[in-house]
Design a protein around this ligand. Structure first.
Ligand code: PEP
Ligand code: MG
Length: 590
């Protein structure tokens, strides 16, 4: 689409489908810009009064901080603030500000900033440690006074927005995304991120159109500007022209038609044209997602990301609360299976109240099963809750981020210990609870044969498998072009995992985002994957595609991929097949 006068286009990475239009709300612009304007003679007293009020307010705040420090740390630390309070008594500084307001007829914020900066610079330039420190005190106090003069911008509560808007932000944590109010957030866009960040995954689950990797958009866009966000093609159009709006109107109409077609297959089975039945299940983040699992036509849950029960709260959920949540979803979907993944904290998902130390490489760090095997009390509560809920009969459990046999064995030992406890307490559980592992670390794929002998199923987490195999951070937009699901190494690892599973008589699913991509799903099926688990809103299009696919064609594609040395060539072939059998899924260009 050509760029038109008045219209500005920002291009990023599409992560959640849909088009929306509305006013922009830019989050996190915290730097204070100092207002500068001329005033008339009769406005001078009012400006001086504002200065006096800001000084009173600042004194109150400093005394309050001093009081708290005194209580918490003692009188010696609290005395630091005496120097700050002295700055407020400095008549020379204040007289200088008042003189400037009279002389230049400027507003008080500007005059104050000019004089304070001059003082701090002069003090800082003197070769004397004591005076240099006074310059720091001075800056500290003067920035407080300026904050009081300008008025602090209150932080925006994303759960309580007063009008519908498109959120623009440098970044958005998965925990913040989970709180977005769908009625108020039309869509969102971030400077950083990529397709498999948990923020992007959450946006797809919530069906909020989203674009990430826009690089500098949050610095260049202004709150209040009118824009269109295109989650299909990954762009934001600011001040869209009538022509652009018309083109997008047509795109939305095509999508409405497609949704009608997809509704027709929702209650049909996921079976290929040549009669191969595929299990198509859903990835969920909350226990109350059961309705969307059913309404989109999924067959149970292939991945329940339980960590979302733990974030956005001040205390950890106890065993009882987790038990109620797991049992609720299992009961709602019975007899279809619900695979509960044990806690996968770390990486980009953190708890504010669990003291997880800052790490250089959080995705390679204290995450998931590694964290659970050390924080045994947390893990034990979760395992007991899952075991108790397993009386429903349809629950399975799987461990994330297993890298070696020992982790599986240690986790299983803890399950056995929990079973013994429950038996001793006469609390019922299902002794047949099936345990599987996620294969999402290359070492697990390479050791799949040994793992397969000890579990009932595999679920391949391609989001992590790709990032660890290719050494490409799944959050980093700068290297997103290197994050290549069709890389021959990925194809080989998936094949190796599938073969090991089948050799040992167990089934294998894929719950990473690859499974929900209509271009890549046939490749996975051709490689022998038995189950695909995708975000609920993606279930209908993947089912639509499967019902137009012949397994024979999928196998041919997989054979080609296994013998091809280029990820680009494999992708081209996969695109050609998907577009050939289900062209309507790809009519989303403008
Ligand atoms: C994966 O890694 O593919 C996966 C499904 O787990 P998550 O995205 O939660 O890391
Ligand atoms: Mg993972």
């Amino acid at each position: 689409m050509p760029e038109l006068a008045g219209e500005r286009i920002y291009k990023g990475i599409p992560v959640s489908a849909g088009v929306c239009r509305g006013k922009i709300l830019v989050l996190g612009k915290t730097e204070l810009s100092i207002p500068h304007f001329k005033i008339s003679e009769d406005q001078i007293p009012q400006q001086i009064k504002r200065l006096e009020q800001a000084i009173i307010e600042t004194r109150k705040q400093l005394l309050d901080v001093q009081h708290k420090v005194n209580e918490g740390l003692g009188a010696e630390d609290a005395s630091i603030f005496d120097a700050h309070l002295l700055v407020l008594e400095d008549r020379t500084l204040l007289d200088e500000v008042i003189r400037l307001i009279h002389k230049d007829k400027v507003n008080v914020e500007f005059a104050f900033h000019e004089v304070a900066e001059r003082y701090a610079k002069a003090l800082g330039a003197i070769d004397d440690d004591y005076l240099r420190e006074r310059a720091t005190d001075m800056r500290d106090v003067t920035s407080r006074i300026l904050n009081n003069l300008i008025g602090r911008i209150p932080p925006i509560d994303l759960a309580k927005l007063s009008e519908p808007c498109i959120i623009i932000s440098e970044d958005l944590a998965p925990s913040a995304t989970a709180l977005l109010d769908k009625k108020m957030v039309l869509g969102f866009a971030t400077d950083v991120g990529s397709k498999t960040s948990h923020t992007a995954i959450m946006a797809r689950s919530l069906e909020i159109p989203a674009v990430v990797g826009l690089q500098r958009a949050s610095h260049e866009l202004e709150t209040g500007e009118y824009a269109l966000l295109d989650g299909y093609n990954g762009q934001i159009v600011v001040n869209p022209t009538d022509q652009t709006l018309f083109e997008y109107g047509q795109l939305v109409r095509k999508q409405v038609n497609l949704q009608e077609k997809l509704r027709d297959v929702q209650s049909q089975p996921a079976v290929t044209l040549d009669g191969v039945r595929v299990t198509l299940s859903a990835n969920i983040e909350q226990a109350d997602d059961a309705d969307s699992v059913k309404s989109f036509g999924a067959e149970g849950v292939g991945l329940f990301r339980t960590e979302y029960l733990f974030i956005n709260r001040t205390v950890l959920p106890n065993e009882e609360e987790q038990y109620v949540a797991y049992r609720q979803i299992a009961a709602a979907l019975k007899p279809q299976p619900v695979i509960i993944r044990t806690l996968d904290l770390g990486g980009d998902k953190f708890l504010s109240h669990l003291q997880v130390p800052q790490e250089m490489n959080p995705f390679l760090g204290w995450r998931a099963i590694r964290l659970c095997l050390e924080e045994k009390e947390i893990f034990r509560d979760q395992l007991r809750a899952i075991l108790r809920a397993s009386v429903e009969g349809n629950i399975k459990v799987m461990y994330p981020m297993v890298s070696c046999l020992q982790e599986l064995e240690q986790a299983n030992a803890l399950v056995e210990q929990c079973k013994d406890e429950l038996r001793a307490e006469n609390i019922p559980f299902s002794n047949d609870l099936e345990i599987g592992v996620m294969v999402e670390i290359p070492s697990a794929a390479l050791a799949a044969n040994a793992l397969a002998k000890r579990v009932k199923f595999f679920s391949i987490g391609t989001n992590d498998l790709i990032q660890y195999t290719l050494a490409v951070d799944r959050l980093n937009e700068r290297i997103a072009h290197l994050y290549e699901p069709t890389h021959p190494a990925i194809v080989s690892l998936i094949k190796m995992t599938v073969d090991a599973a089948h050799r040992n008589g167990i089934w294998v699913g894929v719950c990473g985002e690859m499974a929900g991509d209509p271009v890549l799903a046939p490749l996975l099926l051709g490689l022998g994957v038995d189950e695909l688990s995708v975000a609920p809103p993606l279930v209908p299009s993947i089912k639509f595609l499967i019902r137009r696919l012949k397994m024979e064609e999928a196998k041919k594609l997989a054979d080609f991929a296994l013998n091809c040395e280029s990820g680009g060539e494999i992708l081209k072939r996969a695109q050609a097949l998907a577009k050939d059998i289900a062209p309507s899924l790809f009519e989303n260009k403008v």
